[in-house]
Design a protein around this ligand. Structure first.
Ligand SMILES: Nc1ncnc2c1ncn2[C@@H]1O[C@H](COP(=O)(O)OP(=O)(O)OP(=O)(O)O)[C@@H](O)[C@H]1O
Ligand SMILES: [Mg+2]
Length: 220
């Protein structure tokens, strides 16, 4: 069921990207051409009106890219989980001014025979979990640093996120977010723990099982 929904979201994401973003980009290019013609004949007033239209079209283009990316992160499709998490952390740092770091143990995600250890579905679940972990940090933690590590064991890949914020209380009331993290962890053949750190902060540790080849193929 979840795989079906993700496939549909991927379709919507591609439609938004190709049709809406492509269409708006075309409009912007045409407006730029019209603007150049008007500038040549000295119609300053219309040029400045067109500039306003271009600005709002550019903002709409950005919004449609953001929506497409939420539905289906294109980096994940094209460059894989490590690159997608790396970009997510960099965006987070720029947007919220919270320092981030990412350490990936060599071969944590790629097996000796050059195969991705995690299936496409597992990668997507991990990516969505990482998004909610960062959402929670910005909503609740008041942190200055977020450190992420990806480590490989023979049969598992382990993702660790640590923040240095106020720390999740043992009595924190689980909302939709952490509920979703737990469901996604199970769906990725994994388990998750969310614990306060000493002296401050919170650690989210996600342990995902590396599937054998047959199960890997079935998952897609
Ligand atoms: N990194 C964190 N630092 C401090 N507290 C946290 C952190 N992450 C989660 N919490 C606490 O855990 C609670 C539950 O988180 P959860 O994501 O389930 O719900 P939420 O963020 O409040 O709402 P939503 O359902 O929209 O995600 C939060 O309300 C918050 O008190
Ligand atoms: Mg939340």
């Amino acid at each position: 069921m979840r795989a079906h929904i993700e496939r549909e979201l991927k379709g919507y994401a591609h439609n938004i990207h190709d049709e809406i973003s492509g269409g708006i980009s075309g409009v912007i290019i045409q407006l730029e051409n019209i603007k150049r013609t008007l500038a040549r004949v000295g119609d300053e007033k219309t040029v400045s009106d067109i500039n306003l239209v271009i600005l709002s079209a550019t903002e709409t283009l950005e919004a449609s890219r953001r929506i497409a990316n939420k539905l289906r992160p294109s980096l994940l499709d094209h460059f894989g989980l490590a690159a997608a998490i790396d970009q997510m952390l960099k965006d987070f740092q720029i947007r919220y001014g919270v320092n981030t770091s990412l350490v990936i143990e060599p071969n944590a995600l790629i097996s000796k025979n050059d195969k991705q250890k995690l299936s496409e579905r597992q990668c997507l679940e991990v990516f969505r979990i990482a998004q909610e972990v960062l959402n929670n940090i910005i909503k609740h933690a008041n942190a200055h640093h977020v450190d992420c590590e990806i480590n490989g064991e023979l049969e598992h890949v382990i993702f660790t996120f640590k923040d240095d914020g106020c720390g999740i209380g043992w009595d924190a009331v689980q909302g939709v977010g952490i509920g979703g993290i737990k469901i996604r962890a199970l769906s990725a053949h994994g388990s998750v723990s969310i614990t306060p750190l000493c002296p401050c902060g919170t650690m989210v540790k996600l342990k995902v099982k590396v599937l054998n080849n047959d199960a890997h193929r079935q998952e897609g």
